[in-house]
Design a protein around this ligand. Structure first.
Ligand code: ADP
Length: 479
């Protein structure tokens, strides 16, 4: 079976968040099941070298304002179809926003073009290859089902919503320049309160819609989490499934992770101490063996609840616990964590920026990872935490609710607890969860049992790949 993935980011080449981890890892598991995935991805500057080693397979004289081509290339175990359109993608900095933090003014064209070319490949194939299913990811690829709506014989489409907060809303005057069928612009279609809604179009017209956890699938049918799209999501409820993301088990493995000073398994947990000492050194923390070292690895936005965490720092410090924070994003939140590190030197440390090797070290050396998100479609850092025996302290929402087993007395007694959940997101509930983690930490038997249960918890793609294969089979009529 052939699947065309279409997405705006893909690890290890270009990443702003969890979407990249998913696109860069999931196809490898599918390949092991006999499914060939090719990933259509914009050829941003960091992909220049990969593209230079590739093979041009399609040329276009005018793709929404400039010449473009598709280059087939293989790298990092992935098969890429790179959309080389310099007028759209050849620019420095972030792939979504300009240096001032504003969305690139031509984002409708940049990602409309991605969908348009995907639709053309879906219809006529490329390179002698034709997809049986087109799998679009997030709003940047969500116009594909709209482009294919009027194409008889087009392959079926699946849209995966990785975060419904990002919807791609634009002026409807762009419908004609984008070459979209204008008869699809209505409230049950691609219209969102007078705007052209990319994600809305995908939800309305894809054969199946998935999102990245069962709990988030239920949540986005409610006004609290649906971000205004709860109506159309509910209308598609019969075709909506929540399938958890997995992580790449080879790249994220404490047993042989080269980015850790000391490797360890569930049987050699004492080795974690050397990693903890290195985290303490990097974040200028005084190591305190009687309390946990918490970490945060996150985009700094209100979604992630880090403003709430800031409120409870005095409590963390009072318990003798330590906190290492790695993140970037909202300038106000960044400044407050930097200030916290100055207020509590030795207890709170902070690195502002994006640093993947440091994130591995933090997972290998911290005792627990804090994820106090207000909403979290799936969340990956808690899965990395489980894999590294770094117990997640998480909000009971979305994928966090589905992947962490709370340390209630029954779960502790049964040896199944893997972390700490709390809800709703308030300073006092978060403080309560941190208190519970500190208490558990002081009981080595409980803590070790939880760490072992966490490390044994399945966080790979295997289960979810089966669910997606069933969906691909169902929509393509292969079963
Ligand atoms: P989201 O996609 O909403 O940002 P996820 O938890 O799904 O959240 O995925 C975030 C990914 O980005 C994880 O792989 C996480 O380790 C990584 N990450 C986030 N911030 C940083 C950072 N400052 N440095 C390194 N990795 C980061």
């Amino acid at each position: 079976m052939n699947i065309l993935f279409v997405a705006s980011e893909c690890g290890p080449f270009i990443k702003t968040g969890g979407l990249a981890d998913v696109i860069g890892s999931f196809p490898k598991t599918l390949a092991g099941m006999g499914i060939r995935v090719r990933i259509l991805l914009p050829a941003y500057p960091p992909l220049g070298q990969v593209m230079a080693a590739g093979e041009p397979v399609r040329a276009m004289d005018n793709l929404l304002g400039g010449a473009a081509r598709v280059v087939a290339a293989s790298s990092a175990g992935l098969e890429l179809l790179l959309l080389d359109a310099p007028h759209l993608y050849e620019r420095p900095g972030n792939i979504y926003v300009d240096a001032a933090g504003r969305d690139w003014s031509d984002n409708a064209f940049r990602f409309g073009a991605l969908s348009k070319v995907a639709a053309e490949i879906a219809i006529s194939g490329i390179d002698g290859w034709k997809p049986d299913v087109v799998h679009a990811h997030d709003w940047q690829a969500a116009l594909i089902p709209a482009y294919l709506k009027a194409a008889p014989g087009a392959p079926p489409t699946i849209l995966t919503i990785h975060n419904i907060a990002f919807q791609g809303l634009f002026d409807p005057s762009l419908i004609a320049p984008l070459g979209l069928p204008d008869w699809l612009f209505h409230p049950e279609g691609m219209e969102y309160y007078g705007h052209l809604g990319f994600l809305k179009a995908g939800i309305a017209f894809a054969q199946k819609v998935t999102t990245v956890s069962p709990t988030y699938a239920a949540e986005i049918m409610t006004p609290e989490f649906g971000m205004g799209l709860e109506g159309i999501v509910t209308a598609r409820a019969a075709d909506l499934t929540g399938i958890l993301n997995g992580i790449e088990l080879v790249a994220w493995n404490p047993v042989d992770d080269l980015l850790l000073p000391r490797n360890y398994s569930g049987e050699t947990l004492k080795n974690k101490a050397a990693n903890r000492a290195e985290v303490a050194r990097r974040f200028a923390l005084d190591d305190n063996q009687n309390a946990p070292l918490f970490c945060v690895i996150s985009r700094m936005t209100t979604q992630k609840g880090l403003d709430v965490l800031l409120e409870v720092l005095p409590r963390i410090v009072a318990r003798g616990a330590r906190l290492a924070v790695l993140g970037a994003g909202d300038k106000g939140i960044e400044a407050r964590f930097a200030q916290a590190a100055r207020t509590w030197p030795g207890a709170v440390g902070c690195v502002i920026g994006y640093d993947e090797p440091l994130s591995h070290l933090m997972l290998g050396g911290s005792d627990a990872i804090l994820v106090p998100s207000r909403f979290e479609p799936c969340g990956l850092t808690q899965l990395y935490g489980l894999r590294y025996g770094t117990l997640p302290v998480v909000t009971r929402t979305g994928g966090l609710a589905d992947t962490v087993i709370d340390a209630d007395p029954a779960a502790i007694a049964a040896g199944t607890a893997t972390g700490f959940q709390f809800s709703p997101v308030t300073p006092s509930t978060l403080e309560g969860a941190i208190d519970r983690a500190c208490t558990a930490f002081r009981d080595p038997q409980v803590w070790t049992s939880m760490v072992k249960a966490a490390m044994a918890y399945p966080v790979g793609w295997e289960q979810s790949a089966k669910a997606y294969k069933a969906l691909y089979d169902a929509v393509s009529g292969a079963s």
